[in-house]
Design a protein around this ligand. Structure first.
Ligand SMILES: *[C@@H]1O[C@H](CO)[C@@H](O)[C@H](O)[C@H]1NC(C)=O
Ligand SMILES: *[C@@H]1O[C@H](CO)[C@@H](O)[C@H](O)[C@H]1NC(C)=O
Length: 227
């Protein structure tokens, strides 16, 4: 009897260990004083009133995932409507990326001991301050963009609900709109404005040295809106 009980305990421990490494919970927390409609790919989208949270459970190996806050939304009973920022084809639950401007939290969850990668991106402009926070005392640090950039946005980049990126506002090759995630695009006075306000955030192509963060696989996170 004693040994079978030990076996049961070992089996339970293995189950707990498997649960801890097979998935991570990424909880979106709305600390803004206003309602936000966060969207996630994968994950969909919801309405989040001040103080509410939205937990997303994502399997290990989830790659190129993104979470962004939408603002100024109205949806009808079928979840069809519009948002001033971050709109995804007029749907409450998103199947496509959001329209600029929007702050974006990006992540890839490791698998089999590989690291998690995450960042806050301002390449599509800015709408809501955000913090990407590892939990559980993980030995890694948060990425934070807590400044409300919209308030200080240059007049030529100001758009309803946020601060546009130079690509989003002007388009064209000058601002590296074509392949801006991969081309060797030099920073401009506009992208440096975002970089100076939020040094943690990814603000222009090749800005990957100081803005990509890692944590051990299995870490859980909070994405805090208006930290
Ligand atoms: C919501 O709007 C869509 C698009 O206009 C429409 O097809 C749908 O019937 C509307 N749903 C409700 C409940 O009004
Ligand atoms: C940024 O650079 C552009 C192009 O050189 C210029 O027209 C604009 O006035 C500059 N803006 C600021 C805020 O320095």
């Amino acid at each position: 009897m004693a040994s079978s009980r030990v076996l049961q305990q070992i089996a339970l421990l293995l189950l707990v260990a498997a649960a801890a490494t097979d998935a991570a919970t990424i909880t979106v927390v709305n600390k803004c004083s206003y309602t936000v409609w966060p969207a996630a790919l994968p994950g969909g989208g919801v309405r989040l009133d001040p103080g509410q949270t939205w937990p997303l459970t994502m399997p290990a190996g989830t790659a190129a995932a993104r979470v962004w806050p939408r603002t100024g939304c109205t949806f009808n009973g079928s979840g069809v409507g519009r948002c001033i920022t971050g709109d995804c084809a007029g749907n409450l639950a998103c199947a496509v990326s959001g329209e600029q401007p929007t702050t974006i939290a990006e992540y890839t969850l490791g698998k089999d001991g590989a690291l998690d990668f995450f960042d806050l991106s301002l390449v599509d402009g800015f709408n809501v301050p955000m913090r990407f926070q590892p939990l559980d005392g993980a030995p890694c640090r948060a990425a934070s963009c807590a400044v409300d950039i919209t308030k200080e946005c240059m007049p030529e980049l100001k758009v309803p609900g946020g601060c546009a990126s130079s690509c989003g506002k002007f388009g064209g090759d000058t601002y590296c709109c074509r392949g801006r995630y991969t081309d060797n695009c030099p920073p401009t006075n506009y992208s440096m404005f975002f970089k100076n306000k939020c040094p943690d955030a990814y603000s222009y192509a090749k800005d990957d040295k100081t803005s990509t963060f890692t944590c051990p696989t299995g870490t859980n996170y909070q994405i805090v809106l208006c930290p």
